[in-house]
Design a protein around this ligand. Structure first.
Ligand code: NCD
Length: 299
């Protein structure tokens, strides 16, 4: 049986926690676990990516998959072929699963008729489930629970699939999410809190990249002004609680959403998140084909 991964809200709380448990197990007891039968995986990235793309590639290689990386340039997408026909082609020519990042929100709604598992590596401004899972794994490693965890998400909320996914997950798990940042990028009716208040309140402060590629007009503020008004400065760093941590999905604009010298500071888990990304992607690939660690049987 295949298990797609499109959105966090498609998972039950138990399914979500199972993925985190599997990801953690990949860091210890099951470090060397591989698919008993080799899988052929295609990574279809229609938007730029370094971490998500190559941590999927790393996870796939670690699980003994054969891996192909599709680029739209040079493919029949240039002749106008639809996403559905592209993915159907991969299914028909022998691929066992596809990983897709695409600029269209909820592109996967067009892909109901695909028989192989689809793992969403980011859809437009919509969802980014594997990023969310790696964020959750990082939070759980730190605090061992989600209940009552206070999370501040700061920056370009409206254009961020990361913000949307983590809010859904934290709500499901009993945590609390509050937003802050420039009002012009506020999403819906979500109440905003000042950045100075948020950093003092939160257990987890997640800074977001300004999603320039999704903006209709150029940002009027300079990088320095943005940092001072909304970013993680040294002053705000010292306002954080002793146990609190900083996260960022990256790529980081050093000196814009976070001061350069804080990217690898004691409170930063930014590079830890990247390592966790490989564990989480191994877990969702394993789940895609219905394997369990105990029996190594395909469910
Ligand atoms: C995020 C994305 O692509 O949505 N990055 C990532 O996957 N690590 C956030 C971003 O690009 O700012």
């Amino acid at each position: 049986m295949k298990h797609d991964l499109f959105r966090i809200k498609d998972l039950t709380k138990n399914e979500l926690l199972d993925i985190l448990d599997d990801a953690q197990a990949f860091a210890s007891a099951y470090q060397d676990w591989q698919f008993p039968q080799r899988k052929l995986i295609a990574n279809l990235f229609f938007e730029p990516s370094t971490r998500t793309h190559y941590s999927f590639v790393s996870a796939e290689h670690q699980l003994n998959c054969r891996v192909e990386n599709f680029t739209a340039a040079g493919s029949s997408v240039e002749k106008g072929e639809s996403l559905y026909d592209t993915v159907k082609t991969f299914e028909r020519i022998g691929y066992d699963a596809v990983v897709i990042r695409h600029p269209q929100d909820e592109y996967f709604k067009e892909l109901n008729n695909i028989q192989i598992p689809i793992l969403n590596a980011g859809d437009g401004k919509g969802n980014h489930p594997t990023q969310c899972l790696l964020d959750l794994l990082t939070i759980r490693q730190e605090f061992h629970q989600f209940e009552g965890i206070k999370m501040a998400v700061i920056g370009d909320i409206r254009h961020s699939r990361v913000a949307h996914s983590i809010q859904e997950a934290m709500t499901m798990l009993g945590g609390e999410t509050r937003f802050g940042g420039p009002l012009e990028w506020q999403d819906g009716n979500e109440a905003y809190v000042s950045v100075d208040e948020l950093v003092a309140w939160a257990d987890v402060v997640m800074m977001l990249r300004i999603q320039h590629e999704r903006h209709e007009s150029l940002m009027k503020m300079s990088s320095q002004e943005y940092l001072e008004r909304y970013g993680m400065t040294k002053v705000r760093y010292h306002r954080m609680q002793d146990h609190a941590i900083i996260m960022h999905p990256a790529p980081v604009n050093r000196g814009v959403e976070i001061a350069d010298e804080l990217v690898e500071s004691e409170k930063s888990r930014i590079f830890k998140q990247m390592s966790n990304g490989v564990l989480v992607r191994k877990a969702v690939l394993k789940r895609a084909f219905g394997y369990s660690f105990e029996t190594e049987e395909e469910r």
